[in-house]
Design a protein around this ligand. Structure first.
Ligand code: ATP
Ligand code: MG
Length: 499
């Protein structure tokens, strides 16, 4: 909900608590144990941003965020809060677009292998540094050879080709060991099993589609983009790499804007701990960098997680707006975490932060937002407002209607196949095969010709010999007898003279 000053009215202590729109790009955190109200708080924030005309993106873990598509209904819980706060919630639907990497519960979101990039790839495939180096070389070779890497079969074909011709590329691109190529190929198999075939390819998702604004009841509302993540969540590496790719794409697309009256876009990162679980140093640096720099592009990133300690310190330190729901303290480790979380707030003299953290009811939270000057406000114990959209999921049929009516189905519904590395390498190998066949045929023809010539020569020689020996028989004999007669005559003459 937004108040008369166009500020985000999201919670109430004994007075309304508002989030300053111009501080909304200083990022935020929604934390709390399971069932304490994190998802509903996320919905309240997203609806308020939409009311302000700011589009947002969120990953929906259990399908329960889909409710924003429909107007909510009055419940006892909500009626009580209306009374406590002295406000009336106008139940209303919000402009919603559904996406799904697997294309089942929303428009497919595809990305080409090339645009996804080596870093995120090596993250989802847990590649070693050497393997990542080989993958990097494969990407560069394909780039230099103008072979688009669109989908997994392109990457597979490129790996095969480069692996088989490794020597040819070695000087320019470094060592490409067949062992590394082999293990990348095995990893690709696992990725295919995780649904990589649906995810990588064309048409590529156009980030502009996130930024739409729709007029509803005469007010321009920001689009709420929901990614169905229940299936994706079971492939945590793909989930975190995909969201990281989205964030980086938004970052690369938007220009620097500095401080603005309100953000351009809000990105909600649910189950945020997945992003950091066994992330490589390079990926961790990338996350930190994007979170730090995306602020000046007018984008706010909100992390949602059970325990704030799941988020690395230098990311946590950048999250200015905090909604902390109840924590549980069953183990010494939990108790330590509760202490640390309590200490991260500016204390409020009217209550004990640490104690309050353990007492908070569902939909109640400790809240500290950044004030107009960017300083964190003193922590307040407050009840969250209720969503104006429905709490909980919509039906399958309602989802189908939303998908059909969104206007994006035509753009993303069908996969597009163009001539890319796979097709080009098939063509090249067919060309090579044909050339090899032609070369062999030529070689054979030449051999036959040589054989034929040799036989001809042999025949000619034999003929010549034959004719030579037959000529010796008649004039040879004649010559011998002539010589003989002449010889006898000569000898007789000499004898006569001697006598
Ligand atoms: N602000 C609120 N207004 C109305 N109802 C709320 C509010 N916050 C929480 N609730 C109620 O509490 C229930 C649980 O809240 P929610 O699903 O947000 O918890 P959660 O912390 O996201 O849990 P989990 O960790 O299991 O995902 C909701 O289904 C809703 O009925
Ligand atoms: Mg939840």
């Amino acid at each position: 909900m937004i108040n008369s000053e166009e500020k985000l009215y999201v919670a109430h202590s004994d007075h309304p608590l508002v989030l300053e729109p111009k501080m909304a790009n200083r990022h935020g955190l929604i934390a709390g144990a399971t069932g304490t109200g994190k998802t509903v708080s996320l919905q309240v924030l997203a609806e308020s941003f939409s009311d302000l005309g700011v589009p947002c993106f969120m990953a929906d873990m259990k399908g329960d965020l889909s409710g924003v598509y429909k107007a909510g209904e009055l419940t006892k819980f909500i009626a009580k809060r209306q009374e406590q706060f002295g406000v009336t919630f106008e139940f209303q639907p919000y402009p919603t677009q559904f996406f799904d990497v697997y294309g089942e519960q929303g428009h497919p979101m595809r990305v080409t292998i090339k645009d996804f990039g080596v870093l995120l790839f090596s993250r989802i495939m847990s590649l070693t540094d050497t393997q990542e180096g080989v993958l990097n070389a494969v990407f560069r070779i394909c780039e230099d050879k103008n072979m688009p890497l669109d989908d997994l079969k392109d990457l597979r074909a490129a790996l095969n080709y480069i692996g088989q011709n490794a020597k040819e590329f070695q000087t320019e691109y470094g060592n490409i060991s067949s062992v590394s190529v082999g293990s990348i190929q095995r990893n690709l198999l696992a990725l295919e099993e995780q649904g990589g075939n649906q995810f990588f390819g064309l048409p590529e998702f156009d980030i502009d589609d996130f930024f739409s604004v729709e007029k509803m009841n005469g007010i321009k509302k920001g689009m709420i983009n929901i990614l169905a993540a229940d299936k994706l969540y079971n492939n945590p590496k793909l989930y975190s790499a995909f969201l990281m790719w989205l964030l980086t794409t938004i970052y690369n697309k938007l220009p620097e804007v500095g401080d603005m009256d309100k953000p351009k876009f809000i990105f909600f990162f649910d189950e945020a701990h997945l992003l950091f679980d066994d992330a490589s140093k390079a990926l961790m640096e990338q996350i930190e960098k994007v979170v730090r720099l995306i602020r000046s592009k007018g984008v706010g990133v909100y992390f949602i997680t059970q325990n704030p300690m799941d988020i690395p310190e230098n990311v946590l330190g950048q999250l200015g707006n905090k909604i902390q729901h109840a924590l549980r303290a069953f183990t010494p480790k939990d108790q330590k975490a509760v202490k640390a979380v309590a200490q991260s707030f500016r204390a409020n003299e009217s209550f004990d932060t640490e104690k309050a953290l353990l007492e908070l009811e569902t939909g109640e939270a400790l809240i500290s937002f950044l004030d107009e000057k960017g300083a964190p406000t003193i922590v307040e114990r407050a009840k969250m407002l209720c969503p104006q959209g429905q709490i909980g999921p919509i039906t399958e049929e309602e989802r189908r209607t939303a998908i059909k009516e969104s206007g994006l189905e035509k753009k993303y519904g069908e996969t597009v196949e163009r001539e890319s590395a796979y097709e080009m390498l098939i063509k090249e190998s067919e060309k090579k095969k044909k050339e090899e066949e032609e070369r062999r045929a030529q070689e054979l023809a030449e051999k036959e010709e040589a054989k034929r010539k040799k036989e001809e020569e042999k025949e000619a020689k034999a003929k010549a010999k034959k004719s030579a020996s037959s000529s010796t028989t008649w004039y040879g004999k004649a010559l011998t007898s002539i010589a003989k007669t002449l010889g006898n005559k000569l000898v007789n003459e000499v004898i006569k003279k001697m006598k």
